[in-house]
Write a protein that binds this ligand. Structure first.
Ligand SMILES: Cc1cc2nc3c(=O)[nH]c(=O)nc-3n(C[C@H](O)[C@H](O)[C@H](O)COP(=O)(O)OP(=O)(O)OC[C@H]3O[C@@H](n4cnc5c(N)ncnc54)[C@H](O)[C@@H]3O)c2cc1C
Length: 230
């Protein structure tokens, strides 16, 4: 597929839009991931969560952090007009859009990318499902999709976006929450634990930490879905 656009979200994070070829009209689900490889290195394939949702047609979007070989090549070198091979979406990290459910989505750093898709679809479909994002970043400047999430909060009364900064500096003038994600913070947002489904996505240490935090609340394994990036 051809790269249609490549937008820097942050100095180390880029969203790439891959244009579907003519006649391509896949069935896929919000929350799935695609696998990418470059034509010159077909044996080196890496997975990326879709940051666009199933209602976005005509393209896939992925949001990539500069990290490792593939992450660096994509962020530093991928440009409009380049071609990437795409293995179609798969995965089971799917939002449960039931009316009575509350989805609490725990993210660290770039792990927030599939949650943009979760909230986009729920907002466009005007779903009753409640969605809360609890997002941990080092500093305010590391928040990905801040403007879009704030906009979605305005459009969707069932969605709220909460950020905690683990290393805010005085000059950041950050007035929000500081420190790591804690069971108390999660508990504050989980009004009705039995109807809550927890999601955590990102690098393994963050996801494993989120699992510990959530299980400390006495939540069963079936109520938690994780996507570990490695
Ligand atoms: C289902 C799934 C979805 C994903 N979605 C996303 C996404 O949406 N966005 C995203 O950015 N990533 C995502 N990833 C991660 C992505 O697939 C890549 O793993 C990532 O871009 C890093 O590229 P790489 O694997 O080529 O890195 P590698 O070069 O294999 O490096 C892997 C890790 O080791 C570290 N490393 C490499 N060399 C050294 C060294 N010498 N010393 C110390 N550390 C080193 C790198 O910093 C990196 O963290 C996802 C992964 C999975 C499995």
């Amino acid at each position: 597929m051809m790269i249609e656009s490549a937008v820097m979200e942050l100095p180390d994070t880029k969203t790439i839009r891959l244009k579907w070829p003519d006649g391509y009209n896949p069935e896929f689900k919000t929350g799935q991931f695609i696998t990418l490889y470059w034509p010159d290195t077909p044996n080196y394939k890496r997975a990326y969560s879709l940051s666009s949702c199933a209602l976005d047609r005509g393209f896939y979007e992925v949001t990539i952090k500069r990290d490792g070989k593939m992450g660096t090549r994509l962020v530093d070198w991928a440009k409009p007009g380049d071609k990437l091979f795409v293995i179609p979406p798969v995965g089971k990290f799917l939002p449960v859009y039931e009316t009575a459910k509350h989805l609490i989505c725990i993210a660290g750093g770039s792990g927030v990318t599939p949650f943009r898709a979760f909230v986009r679809e729920a907002t466009r479909r005007k779903l009753e499902t409640k969605i809360t994002i609890l997002y941990s970043v080092r500093q305010p400047k590391d928040i990905i999709f801040n403007d879009e999430f704030r906009q979605l909060e305005q459009e969707n009364p069932r969605f709220t976006f909460h950020v905690t900064c683990t290393r805010a500096k005085p000059e950041d003038n950050w007035t929000g929450r500081t420190g790591r994600i804690t069971p108390e913070w999660v508990r504050e947002h989980a009004r009705d634990l039995t109807n809550t489904i927890f999601y955590a996505c990102g690098p393994n240490p963050l996801v494993e930490f989120a699992e510990v935090v959530v299980f400390e609340l006495g939540v069963s394994k079936e109520q938690m879905k994780t996507e570990k990036w490695g």
